[in-house]
Write a protein that binds this ligand. Structure first.
Ligand SMILES: [Zn+2]
Length: 302
């Protein structure tokens, strides 16, 4: 199956190398290594050809000044052949990271979502990985147990509390969210939230709660949002969605009831759409880089 966007990158994540600090230090300065800059959760993109933007990776040998910035964070993303790739989070205190001498004229820092669908898929995956990991670092600088400062370990895949009486380890988190197309074979339910662009309808979605299976989350969210009961749930595929830290788990859910009763706090309008209508006169649909769009388009081909 074709990968969803923002995953399917070709890096070997180099799990064993994360523990080897001497290897990491050497590789951070090695001519064969590459740096993937992130600043304020923005990605460095070269848009010289607006129709074909590219993610900028910097040869490590040209990034020494960046790595020397006070407060910079790095994380080993993985290996591609002999080349190591590192995410580099440029301190947010820097007013205009794009103007830094090591980065000027390479590209500009922009929101990944604005160009993700136009990037080569491996670059979209690499950018998503770097963005998601560095967002987590930014929000785990203090221990959630004792409040003391934390420090990156394991090649940037763990943070450890520096209070020796606590020393709690903290691991990068991903928040599971279910996203589902509710259908009765010929029709499906799409809804819209008030924040959506005019005319746009999408699949239903919501976060998984503690103590809940994915199937239970699908049934609960569908009932909460549109009042429809679900008969069975089938897994489709998943997509990392690091905006900022979700993993979208896609499902098809067969409806066991038809009446729609929206939850106005979350949904502005929802209704049944026939396959014929979606093919002939579709409403605005979700962005093409999203699993929501793939759930709909895949169902239309059933
Ligand atoms: Zn602590």
């Amino acid at each position: 199956m074709k990968h969803n966007l923002y995953c399917g990158g070709s890096l070997d994540r180099g799990f064993l190398m994360r523990k080897d600090q001497a290897w990491i230090t050497t590789r951070l300065a090695a001519p064969s290594s590459w740096l993937v800059p992130v600043w304020r959760s923005l990605s460095l993109i070269c848009s010289a050809d607006a129709a074909a933007p590219r993610l900028v990776s910097l040869p490590a040998a040209e990034g020494a000044e960046l790595l020397a910035l006070p407060g910079v964070e790095t994380a080993l993303l993985g290996l591609a052949g002999d080349s190591a790739y590192f995410a580099v989070d440029i301190p947010r205190a820097l007013e205009d990271a794009g103007a830094h001498p090591a980065l000027a004229e390479r590209g500009g820092f922009i929101e990944l979502r604005s160009v993700g669908a136009l990037l080569p898929a491996p670059e979209a995956a690499l950018a998503a990985y770097a963005r998601g990991l560095m967002w987590w670092h930014q929000r785990q600088r203090f221990c959630g147990v004792c409040g003391h400062a934390t420090e990156a370990r394991e090649g940037g895949h763990q943070r450890t509390c520096l209070n020796t009486a606590c020393a709690a380890p903290h691991f990068p988190r991903t928040d599971p969210a279910v996203i589902m197309l509710v259908h009765d074979d010929e029709r499906c339910v799409l809804g819209r939230q008030p924040r959506f662009a005019p005319g746009l309808y999408s699949t239903l979605a919501g976060f998984v709660e503690p103590g809940e299976s994915l199937e239970e989350a699908v049934a609960r969210e569908v009932f909460e949002e549109v009042g429809v009961r679900i008969a069975d749930v089938n897994y489709f595929s998943s997509q990392p969605w690091p905006f900022p830290s979700s993993l979208m788990l896609g499902f098809y859910a067969r409806a066991a009831s038809v009446d729609i009763q929206i939850q106005p706090d979350e949904i502005e309008h929802a209704r049944w759409f026939s396959r014929k209508e979606l093919l002939a006169t579709p409403p605005g649909l979700p962005r093409i880089d999203s699993i929501s769009r793939r759930l709909i388009e895949n169902w239309l081909r059933w």
